[in-house]
Design a protein around this ligand. Structure first.
Ligand SMILES: O=C(O)CCC(=O)C(=O)O
Length: 209
């Protein structure tokens, strides 16, 4: 959250996509063309002047070495001179320019939807790579996005996550903040019923049993 606030230049931000990825050596061919991610993150195109940034991330959940199919990235100093479209570059065209995202578990790799990058193959059998991808943007850009959190609200994992999150973390998923005119006696009572165990005191309610 701290990195996203600094990267995006404010605290009025939201999470617009989360994915959990597992890759296994030999399962499929992971070698990709260099591409930019904006194709399914926005209806339009990224601005190249550094404004209206969507912050995309990999949080490495396992150690990633050169053997573990690291993400390969074309540095911005090189990629910024390559037109935004087409989104994909010919296979292999930028191989000598790319850098490899190799780092221990727990590392955070931050990039943007205009950054050229690609997936790569494992270089040894029996290896795996796990990552969580969490993407942030300033709130209110209705032409951008990828997931609808209310669409996930019925899933058991999402219910548990909402109960366990801090108010700030819930806020990143669009939950009504403390002080919102959404909260009244009825919504405080019924949201507590929907999410057993949630602490509604930050919103003016009670702790749910
Ligand atoms: O897994 C990776 O390191 C990158 C994969 C990727 O960029 C993609 O699937 O679009």
């Amino acid at each position: 959250m701290d990195a996203a606030e600094r990267f995006l230049g404010g605290d009025d931000i939201e999470i617009y996509k989360v994915e959990l990825w597992a890759k296994y050596a030999g399962a499929v061919d992971y070698d990709q063309m260099h591409h930019r991610d904006f194709g399914n993150h926005t209806l339009v195109v990224p601005r190249t002047d550094g404004e209206h940034v969507q912050m995309t991330t990999f949080i490495l959940l396992s150690d990633v070495t050169e053997l573990d199919g690291p993400t390969k990235v074309v540095p911005l100093e090189i990629g910024r001179d390559i037109p935004i479209l087409p989104r994909e570059q010919p296979f292999g065209a930028l191989l000598d320019k790319e850098v490899s995202v190799e780092a221990p578990a727990g590392s955070l790799f931050i990039y943007k939807t205009d950054i050229l990058h690609r997936g790569s193959n494992f270089k040894a059998p029996g290896r795996s790579r796990f990552a969580m991808l969490v993407d942030f943007q300033r709130r209110g850009w209705r032409w951008n996005g990828k997931m609808s959190w209310p669409d996930h609200a019925g899933r058991p994992g999402m219910t548990e996550a909402m109960v366990r999150m801090s108010p700030r973390e819930r806020d990143l998923f669009g939950w009504p903040p403390a002080g919102s005119d959404y909260w009244n006696a009825q919504t405080l009572r019924d949201v507590a019923l929907r999410y057993p165990g949630i602490d509604m005191t930050p919103y003016g309610g009670a702790r749910s049993p």
